[in-house]
Design a protein. Structure first.
Length: 294
């Protein structure tokens, strides 16, 4: 029988491996015979996974984690992320974007060869990234962690509302994934992204609050009337990094049961066509309003 996915004996690194989509991904990868390393702040107890502790908001912690990973990596799954409901603007932006860019630029480009593949989990909340690129293009030219942090400090105060960072960080990731697909394509390395709709994970309560309630969160998945499961997100994530997608790169795969299609057709309101980093957002009275919302 043909091994369609082609994960057997492949070295796979998964961030956010201890819960939600990340846990579902590592469970599936182990079942496919992959050599799986799970990175997370909290222990990953999935049998067959080598756990590597890492705090993605801390550069030194990331460096220490990669010192424990193999010199050659076949597949990378950047799944870890924060909603911003319980974390500051700076922390949210760092985990959602800076860490992914740093890990890719500093480590993955050196440890991956032809046939390698990367998939990032971004969000439908990061749509409209093409239109609002002027808000974040400067951070794409940053070469170091410190330069990216300096960009972040200009965008928001240290204790700024994390929920406002969520949209900007996910737009950054969608742009970055597209950029790396072009750059790394010359080396035969594929880069894609999965943009999940509302999903039933450990952050469900946070997203419900940000959406204005459980029913409104469900509505973001179109007419299906429920949240996706972690497994329903894990499967397209695994597909994009598999041999079955060997000619797929630069794809922003929206997984939301057609809700974005409804917005494109004018059947649903598009609430994402707004700037995410206006200077006015940093004003004290605006920060107060955002904190009341989140």
């Amino acid at each position: 029988m043909k091994d369609w996915l082609g994960y057997k004996d492949k070295v796979c690194v998964v961030t956010g491996a201890s819960s939600g989509m990340g846990r579902a991904v590592v469970e599936n990868l182990v079942g496919e015979g992959a050599v799986v390393y799970g990175m997370d702040r909290n222990p990953c107890d999935v049998e067959g996974v080598t756990f590597v502790q890492a705090d993605l908001s801390d550069k030194a912690s990331i460096d220490a984690a990669f010192a424990q990973l193999p010199d050659h990596i076949d597949r990378f799954f950047g799944i870890a992320g924060l909603s911003g409901a319980r974390t500051s603007y700076w922390t949210t932006f760092t985990v959602n974007f800076i860490a992914n860019k740093y890990m890719t630029d500093e480590y993955l480009e050196r440890r991956m060869g032809r046939g390698g593949a990367i998939v990032y989990v971004t969000s439908v909340g990061g749509l409209m990234w093409e239109k609002w690129a002027r808000e974040y293009k400067k951070v794409m030219s940053c070469h170091t962690w410190e330069e990216m942090v300096a960009f972040m400090k200009k965008v928001s105060p240290k204790d700024g509302v994390g929920g406002m960072s969520y949209v900007l960080s996910k737009r950054c990731m969608n742009y970055y994934a597209s950029l790396k697909a072009v750059e790394l394509g010359e080396r035969g390395i594929r880069v894609n992204a999965v943009l999940p709709g509302s999903t039933d994970t450990g952050m469900k309560a946070e997203f419900e609050k940000m959406a204005g309630g459980a029913e409104k969160l469900k509505m973001e998945n179109g007419a299906v009337g429920r949240l996706a499961t972690s497994q329903e997100m894990a499967e397209p994530i695994i597909y994009l990094n598999s041999d079955m997608a060997s000619f797929v790169s630069g794809l922003m795969m929206i997984v939301d049961m057609g809700h974005n299609a409804a917005k494109t057709l004018g059947f649903a309101k598009n609430q994402l066509d707004v700037p995410a980093a206006l200077p006015i957002y940093n004003m004290r009275f605006m920060q107060k309003k955002f904190k009341e919302s989140y």
